[in-house]
Design a protein around this ligand. Structure first.
Ligand code: KIV
Ligand code: ZN
Length: 400
């Protein structure tokens, strides 16, 4: 099967910054955008310029400083596209264009909700009016910029027949990417995959555009739904570092990318992300946003490559693939580590002692038994695990 390129749109600086309590200053946003560019992200959604003067400034600065950056992108051969977000309003669209236009490649992402619940209660307009506004917004965007993405907010709860009508009309008006968000993380993977298949098969002009998916994690399905979208024709994914975003967040970039790398034969696409930078960018975003990464978070959690039980540690020492499907170095974690705790066995303890400079021949078998007993005693009362200095103390007490 000929693999197709998957476009990675990172929206950490737009949807990610919509995480409750998160505000990044201009310098922090530029620093993150530079790192996203080095990571190999294809499109950086840099912000929502009409939202505040600070947001406008940040998007403009990113367009200036990152819009022509080639560092780390030699294999990709071009700088990242810098994109700004707009509602279907002329003043929003103009603000995006003014902020991003200096970037070598720039995009306007214009969005309007298409579900009846949003039309009736939020926008208070009819479907007809919605279609008219969408076409007007895309036409105006197109008059400013070649690269126009149209997003149908709450697409997954919209009437599919109305959805393909409006999507056909915005493609005709010049949209080049069509974004299908699962705005409230409502669909199951099978349902979301079917929706993508339906719009790709039934929208007039579908073959002339890139289909994008934008999934939220309210039911913990953002990654699964995004992958279902790819299996059914999506060739752009909208993701954030560490999965930050509104409420339960967005699909996590690192999860999508590592699914594609690790299970390559199961996916019809490839990506250009330098996965070795995933761990460091995760830390950078966590430090700057103040949003802690849960320890057991896939790929970037601090426990993602730590092994606790004696059976697992023994397996890893014999062959890492017994319990690791990803080489930690591939995501920038320098070595897999053991968490020494009450489940650890002789092999893992000996391995750590050797790392600390004690050769196995330093101990008689009686001393080894004593060492293990002392180790277990400490491990039983220390939830955080037995540290290297605990081990030094145990060794000293045994050898003295
Ligand atoms: O979740 C969503 O629907 C969005 C759009 C407004 C693109 O973030
Ligand atoms: Zn969103």
């Amino acid at each position: 099967m000929q693999k197709e390129k998957l476009i990675i749109l990172d929206t950490s600086l737009r949807d990610g910054e919509q995480s409750p309590g998160v505000t990044l200053n201009v310098e922090e946003k530029v620093a993150i955008a530079k790192q996203l560019s080095r990571l190999g992200v294809d499109v950086i959604e840099a912000g929502f310029p009409i939202a505040s003067p600070g947001d406008f400034l940040a998007v403009e600065k990113i367009a200036q400083e990152v819009g022509s950056l080639m560092e780390g992108r030699e294999a990709i051969g071009k700088p990242a596209v810098i994109c700004g977000f707009a509602r279907a309003l002329k003043k929003d669209i103009q603000a995006v264009y003014d902020a991003v236009k200096i970037a070598k490649h720039h995009r306007i992402h214009v969005s309007i909700a298409t579900s009846d619940i949003h039309l009736e209660h939020k926008l208070k307009i009819s479907r007809e009016k919605c279609l008219e506004k969408a076409v007007e917004a895309v036409s105006f965007s197109k008059s400013l910029c070649e690269d126009v993405e149209f997003g149908a907010e709450d697409a997954s709860r919209s009437d599919p027949i109305f959805l393909i009508k409006i999507l056909g009309a915005v493609i005709d008006a010049g949209a080049t990417t069509i974004n299908i968000p699962d705005t409230v993380g409502y669909k199951t993977p099978a349902e979301f995959g079917n929706l993508i298949k339906y719009v790709v098969d039934n929208t007039v002009g579908a073959k002339d555009v890139i289909w994008s998916v934008h999934c939220h994690d309210d039911l913990g399905l953002a990654t699964a739904n995004t992958l279902a979208g790819i299996s059914n024709g999506a060739r752009q994914v909208e993701v954030t570092i560490n999965g930050i975003g509104e409420r339960a967040g967005n699909a996590a970039l690192e999860e999508i990318v590592m699914n594609i790398s690790t299970r390559a034969s199961s996916h019809p696409v490839f990506h250009d992300i330098n996965t070795r930078l995933l761990s460091s960018i995760s830390k950078m975003v966590s430090d700057m946003t103040g949003m802690l990464v849960q320890p057991n978070k896939a790929i970037v959690g601090k426990n993602a490559f730590l092994h606790e039980s004696g059976i697992h540690q023994d397996g890893i020492l014999k062959n890492r693939e017994t319990y690791e499907i990803i080489n930690p170095e591939d995501v920038g974690v320098l070595a897999s580590k053991f968490h020494l705790g009450k489940h650890s066995g002789r092999h893992a303890i000996q391995f750590r002692l050797e790392e600390l400079g004690y050769s196995p021949s330093s101990f008689s078998s009686e001393q080894k038994d004593k060492l293990l007993a002392k180790f277990k005693k400490i491990a039983d009362c220390k939830r955080s695990g037995v540290t290297n200095s605990d081990l030094h103390e145990i060794v000293c007490s045994i050898l003295s």
